[in-house]
Design a protein around this ligand. Structure first.
Ligand code: AMP
Ligand code: MN
Ligand code: MN
Ligand code: MN
Length: 274
């Protein structure tokens, strides 16, 4: 059986609606997926409904942005209750904070580069005032305005973490995100941990309740996987895997990448999916 436990939709910075994602995943031969939008579960109900029709297993998920020692860490939550009040409240706060942060980034970008980007243009790319606005929406607006040739160049030259225009999302610590995920009945997994941070930060994250690490991901070499799997094993953690799918321009088709049932055994057992 094939699984992809890291997929974005229009509920955050993905190009396709939850229904489009589910249909494409089924067509790609996947048995199950998780919808993991940034700081929201807004896409989950639609995905559950679509999955029912498509005969696909849908694991309710999210990917929470957090800050630790001035670096941005992403914590995936799986098996969460999408109706959970505290998680929804965090989502509403994140939505407001991300808007404020985008206004600030647009101003900093103007100072640094002279590019004039309209907030409303960026907001519309995120699906309007209720969207979860993020840097990919800003990058798309920069490309469309002709300031830079590609989304990647926008990140590389102007809006990646190391540039002046960057403003942190500032949505709380990993400990708080893990607590919110646990409170909603879910499992907390560290998304795409960098090798150096895996060494320095994993023990502290385990101490505050982290349940697992993402081990399988497109582009990871055998060495990447081995390092993450060994760290997980050493701490008695679960492992997960997913494509981090965002769009057909940025990623391969859904179903080209998959994790096997065997790789995800502990996580599947905890989530109760066959
Ligand atoms: P934000 O959550 O607003 O800080 O935006 C982070 C998102 O930007 C990530 O989830 C990716 O979807 C995207 N992203 C990050 N780095 C890059 C990059 N170098 N090129 C393209 N997209 C990126
Ligand atoms: Mn993203
Ligand atoms: Mn991420
Ligand atoms: Mn992601």
């Amino acid at each position: 059986m094939r699984w992809d436990l890291h997929v974005h939709t229009t509920a955050s910075d993905g190009a396709w609606t939850p229904t489009e994602v589910v249909l494409s995943a089924a067509e790609g031969g996947l048995r199950g997926i998780s919808i993991t939008d940034h700081d929201t579960v807004a896409g989950v109900p639609e995905a559950i409904e679509a999955a029912r029709g498509a005969g696909l297993i849908l694991i309710p998920g999210t990917e929470l942005s957090t800050t630790l020692e001035d670096v941005e860490l992403h914590i995936l939550g799986y098996g969460i209750d999408p109706e959970n009040e505290a998680l929804r409240a965090r989502g509403a706060a994140a939505r407001a904070r991300r808007r404020e942060r985008m206004v600030e980034m647009i101003e900093r970008l103007r100072v640094a580069s002279g590019f004039a980007i309209d907030f409303v243009d960026v907001e519309q790319r995120a699906g309007g005032p209720n969207g979860m606005i993020g840097r990919p929406h800003l990058a798309a607006a920069m490309v469309e305005a002709g300031h830079i040739p590609t989304v990647n160049a926008a990140f590389d030259d102007w809006i990646a973490d190391e540039h002046d225009a960057y403003v942190p999302t500032d949505l709380g610590t990993p400990a708080q995100a893990i607590e919110a995920i646990h409170g909603a009945g879910g499992v907390a997994i560290w998304a795409h941990p960098r090798s150096d941070r895996l060494d320095s930060m994993l023990p502290g994250l385990v101490e505050v309740g982290l349940d697992g690490v993402e081990c399988y991901r497109p582009g990871y070499t055998a060495r990447h996987i081995k390092k993450r799997a060994a760290a997980a094993k050493a701490h008695g953690l679960m492992v997960s895997g997913g494509s981090d799918w965002h769009s057909p321009d940025r990623n391969e088709k859904l179903g080209r990448f998959w994790s096997t049932s065997g790789q995800l055994k502990l996580l599947r057992e905890r989530l109760g999916v066959e």
